[in-house]
Write a protein that binds this ligand. Structure first.
Ligand SMILES: Cc1ncc(COP(=O)(O)O)c(C=O)c1O
Length: 373
């Protein structure tokens, strides 16, 4: 069972959607399929009721949408770097010929809003700031509201946010947090097989992007937004994953994560129950770690609700992984330089606190009485 930080486990009901007969992507069925998505994506992105933001879906990995987000902004980028994927965002901007200022932040922490403010003031103006909301490499959450407060003073700067391992795991509050372009793959807290990405763009992002020349074709954010609006994807989409996404979003909105007996509920409450579930799995994992004398890699206040990154202490991470794997559970080693020093548990998507308790109990056994190979 996948307890890695994505891709994560996919429910059989969702897998069944992948076996539906193929449909023409210029058919009425495709229009209907795309129309099933938006009301629920609006909840996933936490759009305000008067939002003018536009939603979209593209058949590409999350990195593809990271690149698309950059293709709609000007040349001068401030990249907040507190982990491996934040580093990828910066590298990608450079590969597109952008002029990138790197704002290095200690891994395991979010950027200090005062430092961000100072950098924007002293080194700006910038066309965009890039940020990874939930660094999967270190299990680090950057609270968005304090960043949004700073960026509100720099209206010329677009706020591009990687929501890859955050969306459907915690509130995004797209409008309230002043996000201009947010994107995510679907293989993390949305718990689908990988292969498509969801995104959302503010009106001002769309307006600014119109002035940017040479945005490409397959990753031109304006082409993708227009295609979604017209229910006509620019290129042939991965329709099986669209079916899976529609099913998953509808299931979440109708209360997939509500406790039995919780009764009827609004879609917004159903999404809030999913976010609460992830938060409780975060504290459950943290309590387990501290019970074993282990500390969390991210500082207090920056711990992710979907991925816990635990300092391994004396634990042999490779041996723990191998033992858990023999018991049927896959967890991840630390990322990059953190390999062997940390391990990561992805408690995201359709995983439940009860399932997590089983994994943690297997980890107890693996630590106290290792299974023989
Ligand atoms: C935070 C974050 N951003 C971007 C990516 C890249 O996603 P993909 O592999 O779907 O391109 C990942 C993948 O793990 C991620 O965790």
């Amino acid at each position: 069972m996948l307890w890695i930080p994505g891709p994560t486990e996919v429910r059989p009901e969702i897998l069944a959607q992948l076996a539906r007969p193929a449909i023409g992507h210029r058919s009425a069925q495709m229009v209907e399929l795309i129309e099933r998505l938006d009301p629920h994506l609006a909840l996933a992105f936490g759009l305000s009721t008067d939002s003018t933001a536009e939603l979209g879906v593209h058949s590409v990995s999350a990195s593809g949408m990271m690149e698309a987000s950059l293709r709609g902004v000007g040349q001068k980028i401030l990249a907040v770097k507190n982990g491996a994927f934040a580093g990828r965002f910066a590298t990608m901007a450079e590969s597109l010929g952008k002029q990138v200022e790197h704002l290095e932040v200690e891994w395991g922490r979010g950027v200090d809003p005062a430092v961000l403010d100072e950098t924007l003031t002293q080194k700006g103006p910038f066309d965009a700031v890039t940020l990874v909301s939930n660094e999967t490499s270190t299990g680090t959450l950057t609270p968005l509201a304090p960043i949004a407060e700073v960026l509100a003073r720099f209206p010329e700067t677009m706020f591009l946010v990687d929501l890859v391992s955050l969306i459907a795991g915690a509130p995004v509050d797209f409008d309230a947090n002043g996000i201009d372009f947010g994107f995510a793959g679907v293989q993390k807290a949305l718990a689908l097989p990988p292969g498509i990405a969801v995104f959302c763009a503010s009106r001002r992002y769309e307006q600014a992007a119109q002035k940017v020349p040479c945005r490409g074709w397959h990753l031109d954010p304006l082409k993708l937004l227009a295609g979604h609006k017209q229910r006509k994807t620019p290129a042939t989409p991965c329709t099986p994953l669209y079916y899976a996404l529609a099913q998953q979003l509808e299931d979440i909105s109708s209360g997939l994560d509500l406790a039995p007996g919780q009764g009827s509920s609004s879609p917004a409450k159903a999404w809030a129950a999913r976010f609460d579930k992830h938060e409780s799995m975060r504290s459950q994992t943290e309590a387990w770690a501290t019970g074993h004398g282990l500390s969390l890699f991210p500082a207090t206040g920056f711990r992710s609700p979907t991925v816990s990154c635990i300092n391994a202490g004396e634990i042999d991470v490779g041996a723990l992984q191998a033992d858990l794997s023999r018991r049927g559970y896959l967890i991840s080693n630390g990322y990059g330089d953190l390999k062997g020093r940390t391990f990561r548990i992805g408690h995201m998507g359709d995983h439940t606190p009860a399932g997590l308790a089983e994994l943690l109990s297997a980890a107890d056994d693996a630590i106290s009485s290792p299974a023989r190979s």
